[in-house]
Design a protein. Structure first.
Length: 266
């Protein structure tokens, strides 16, 4: 993390409306990175964890309050069993090896997604990480694990229907705010910026409800090559855009900006 007293740092203090408050990252391209080098896919995943460590540290240095990473989707269970087993092992090692550093740097860990099919020891590690870091306030790292946005929306709708059935609310009281409040982490602001690596240009079932007004940056680098230069490239694209949230240029109405002003593009 950045030392606030260090002079000549490469990391400028964020300016409201220029630096995103919440960044989501779709970490794509581990397998293609490995294939291009004649290496097994698992080596791509291992190097992807190193890139994840870099991304977390860079986000912390830039004082990004919220970072959400797409670690494992509900669809990833369809991959070969050997690869899934390796990915579960990587998650175990990441939590065991990196939790102390995250905690020491004031990072709060939140995990969103279903716990169905998740090995009990991983659930225990997730619970430990969330409990240990609950009081941290420098940055919130949201790990989307066994996560699918369509399932999240369906589960939220079902919870609201159950509330109506119990007489806790009326059907005509269901609105966008109610639905948002039934998501996995309703207290976390919507992402301002979604970054996807490896040149693909789709959400792949990631934060579809929350990303309604997010800016998207698609980078050609495979995830293991993600570094500060790539991070800066994404931030520069974000800063150059004018965010309107459905309003006229230079005009913001309501609370859609999560406290950030609309930027005037270059």
């Amino acid at each position: 993390m950045r030392d606030d007293n260090k002079q000549g740092s490469d990391f400028p203090a964020p300016e409201a409306g220029v630096m995103p408050r919440h960044i989501g990252i779709i970490m794509d391209g581990n397998g293609r990175w490995a294939a291009a080098r004649g290496l097994p896919r698992v080596e791509g995943h291992r190097r992807g964890v190193e890139a994840l460590r870099r991304a977390i540290r860079i986000a912390g240095d830039y004082r990004i309050p919220f970072l959400t990473i797409y670690a494992f989707s509900t669809e990833n269970w369809r991959r070969p069993a050997q690869e899934v087993t390796y990915l579960m092992g990587l998650l175990r090692r990441f939590i065991r090896n990196d939790l102390a550093e995250l905690h020491g740097n004031g990072v709060r860990v939140r995990v969103i997604g279903s716990r169905e099919n998740v090995p009990p020891d991983i659930i225990a590690l997730i619970d430990e990480a969330e409990a240990m870091t609950r009081g941290n306030a420098n940055m919130t790292l949201v790990v989307a694990f066994n996560y699918g946005s369509r399932q999240e929306i369906a589960d939220a709708a079902r919870r609201l229907v159950e509330m109506v059935a119990r007489g806790e609310m009326r059907a005509d009281e269901i609105d966008m705010d109610r639905l948002s409040g039934a998501m996995f982490a309703p207290d976390i602001p919507d992402p301002d910026l979604i970054i996807r690596t490896s040149g693909e240009q789709r959400l792949s079932n990631f934060l579809m409800w929350q990303a309604a007004y997010a800016e998207f940056v698609f980078l050609p680098q495979h995830w293991p090559d993600f570094d500060k230069a790539a991070f800066d490239q994404a931030l520069a694209q974000f800063a150059a855009r004018e965010r309107r949230f459905g309003a006229l240029p230079g005009v913001v109405t309501g609370g859609a900006t999560n406290g950030l002003k609309v930027m005037t593009g270059s």
